[in-house]
Design a protein around this ligand. Structure first.
Ligand SMILES: [Zn+2]
Length: 67
């Protein structure tokens, strides 16, 4: 048995979906490039910081949606 080489399914920190935590997933622990980039972008834009102003007029998820 080679249990250590078997990919595990973890929860994507970004979208909460299934993510393969193994060599086949270069974006781990995220499920995809999109989720990883989105998460990094959120950090860069201060999404995880305490906002100085009320972001009620800003919809981050909607603004990055291509369609
Ligand atoms: Zn995801």
């Amino acid at each position: 048995m080679n249990d250590t080489a078997e990919p595990r399914i973890v929860r994507c920190p970004r979208c909460g979906g299934d993510s393969v935590y193994g060599p086949g997933n270069r974006w781990r622990p995220f499920c995809s490039e999109r989720c990883k980039l989105h998460d990094l972008g959120a950090w860069a834009s201060g999404d995880y910081a305490v906002p100085a102003t009320t972001p009620d007029t800003i919809e981050p998820d909607a603004s990055v949606r291509p369609e």
